[in-house]
Design a protein around this ligand. Sequence first.
Ligand code: FAD
Length: 542
Amino acid sequence: MAESPVLIVGGGPVGLMASLLLSRLGIRSLLIERHPGTAIHPKARGINARTMEVFRQQDVEAAVRQAGLPPERTGLIVWARTLAGEEIERRVPWGRSERSAEVSPVRACLCAQDYLEPVLRRCAEQQALGTLRFGTELASFTQDGSGVTATLVDVASGAQEKVVAQYMIAADGAQSRVRSALGVRMDGETDVYDSVNILINADLRQWTEDRPAALYFIENDRLRATFLTVNAADRWGFLVNSLKSQGYSPEDFTPQRAVDLVRLGVGIPDLPVKVLGIAPWVASAHVAERYRHDRIFLAGDAAHEMPPTGGFGMNTGIQDVHNLCWKLALVLCGQATPALLETYHDERQPLGKAITEQSLANAISMGRLQKTRETAGARPEYLNEQGMIFGANYVSTAVVPDGSAAPVVVNPVTDYAPSARPGGRAPHAWLQRKDGTRVSSIDLVGKGFVLLAGARGAAWIDAARGLGASTGVAVTPIAVGAGELDSADGRWRETYGIDETGAVLVRPDGYVGWRSASAAADPAGTLTSALSAILSRPSSGA
Ligand SMILES: Cc1cc2nc3c(=O)[nH]c(=O)nc-3n(C[C@H](O)[C@H](O)[C@H](O)COP(=O)(O)OP(=O)(O)OC[C@H]3O[C@@H](n4cnc5c(N)ncnc54)[C@H](O)[C@@H]3O)c2cc1C
């Protein structure tokens, strides 16, 4: 029987990212995907700045940007009666604004899912430790105290084989077979509205080039739909929203009907249009009651399904596996106890719920659930969600509280207050190397444990160096202000909430696990205890 430490079910963006992350962490994995290749439909396109930070830390940012469109070609959101007709409103989403540079050196990116997945697949396949098998389906599975036994089917030949894994990641999408087989309860609302995705070839530059946008919402008496920018020239998604309320059903969407509706949306009756694909789908807003089921972890759409209003589904899923994979790696290497794996649910499920609720609130404000065809405006929070993108605040045993209060913000959806309070993303601060080059703190973290210490934090640096020998877990020590690296603008300590003798321990996912605002009597003991707590090890650290 074949064996792999981790079996990943599903080769969508979340499964592909899990494969890449595990390989980078030194863990072998087997990914299976039932389709012969990556996605055909450009469903997700908006990759938010936090996900792009993750891509940057995994060295795939450049390839993703190359496959996508630059910010200046997607900088707006436009509402119009038809593409060629009256414009109703235009907005600049926060992720495209200059202000977003204060929070991260990494900008959001528009890269359609059918362009993104081949990039992630290529990067994952380049890793020696990750095996990816397309055209292979998970038929059934069982789990016990020692592992998961899965029956796989070769879709082309029907041949079956069994694989044994210690852990399984179910990244098998919204209709997750793994989730159903486990009998997982979903909290929230199911089937909140229906839509159809139409992929088209049509040259729309005449109506879009002078107002480059990621989305063009069409609102008129006969149609409520959205043109989704894919290459900003002749390849577009066309999303007809709330079919029933507009008097349509998915069966109505013959290629000719699709062409007619695209022409109606553009406002040009004889526009040349070629239909490349038609995919009806139903939006839900529900979240798995539990993300962990012993040795099986739900991730991505298998764990949470949300309306795409806000563009959070894929982003949330990629960040799920970013949270999960380092924990799996450390448990598989024996550096953490399996109790660490419970923190995946504790940290990600409440966040998944909050994001799903906000995505639904966006959809409601945009009239997606209404039975009437009245046009509705999007609420101000829509695409202005920096609090949701950066402001996660994990509470779990993998975070050592320092007694400080969470940063206060007026609106947690739109507002983000940079803070290195344990449980939050290690914030962006500009630092400067001896040779004058600037580097963001974001570029120093995200691969393994990192200790950032103040100018007089040498004792912390020494303690961090000793952790490899005493605990077996490598921690990279970085002193800021002690010679090699300095604050570029004098703000790093204020941002990180420490004095010159303090230190911050950043986890491999770029979240703060522990912080000491100033010196401690026993730095080695203090740091060992903190690391042991994060890894759910006995406090001796042995
Ligand atoms: C119109 C639209 C616009 C969207 N826009 C955005 C956006 O801008 N930003 C964003 O973040 N999200 C967006 N989303 C959501 C995004 O597309 C999903 O959240 C994302 O695809 C989820 O990725 P996933 O890998 O979890 O699941 P999927 O992409 O669904 O991948 C799951 C994979 O598992 C495979 N699979 C299933 N069962 C099995 C099995 N038994 N064996 C083997 N393989 C199996 C499937 O074939 C599939 O390839 C949008 C969605 C829609 C519909």
